[in-house]
Design a protein around this ligand. Sequence first.
Ligand SMILES: [Mg+2]
Length: 256
Amino acid sequence: MTTGIDIYDRPMTLSEKVKAKAILFSDFDGTITLQDSNDHMTHELGFGKAKRLEVNNKILAGDINFREGFREMLDSIHAPFDECVQFLLDTIELDSGFIETHRWCTENNIPVVVVSSGMKPIILALLKKLVGEKECQNIEIIANDVKINDDGTWDIVYRHEDSGFGHDKSRSLKPYSSLPKGERPILFYCGDGVSDLSAARETDLLFAKRGKDLIKFCERENIKYTQFDSFKDILNGVKAIVSGEKNIKDFVENKN
Ligand SMILES: [Mg+2]
C-alpha cells in the first residue's frame, strides 16, 4: 500500500473510477459539513430563516419545485459572491470523520465524489480550507455553477435547468449505476436531505444522517439505508463491506 494523499492530484477519470472496488458518493451540505451553507447564507445574508422555511414548505407541498425555491432563496442574498464565500469560510464546519474517511479512501483507491445541489465554487473553497488545498485535489465535485455578472451580482447556473431539482443527482449517477452488475463497483451514497433520495436509488447502500426526514422517505420508498452520526460510522461501514467482512444486507435497516 502506498502512503496516501500523494497518490493522485486529480479526480479519477470515469474509466479509472469504474475499475475501483467501490465509489463513495456524498452530498455536501449537512453531510460532509455540519451546517447547510446555502441555508446559513440565506439566514444571515438573505431574507432570513422565517422566510426560508416558508419557501421550504411551499417546496414540500409541491406548490413550487426545488429549483424555483432555491433560486428565490439565493436571489434574496445581495452580498457580492466573494463576501458570501468568505462568510462561509468563517462559519462552516467539517464532519469530524471526513478527513480520515477521505484519506482511507485515497489510500485504497476508492474515489470520493461530491454530488451537490449547491454551487461548485463554494464547495471547492470550503474543501480547500477544511480538508486542505493539496489533499482535496482528488475529490470530484458534481454541482451547479455560478455566473458573476458585470454589475457584481451573481446567479446560480443549474446543471439541469430542465429538472425540478436544478441538479438531478440521479442523472449524474447514471454512468455508474447503468454499468452491468458484476462490472460495477460497489456504489455508496451519503446524504441528509430529500434531494438525496433520487441519488440513493441509483446506488447500493445509502448512509442516511440520523434524525433527518430522509429516513422517513427511505422507509416509504423502500430505499436501502443505514443511519450514521458522523463519517466515522461511514468509514467503518465502507471498510467492513469493501474487505468482505460484512455484506450490504448486514447494514440495511429497512428489511422488508
Ligand atoms: Mg444536504
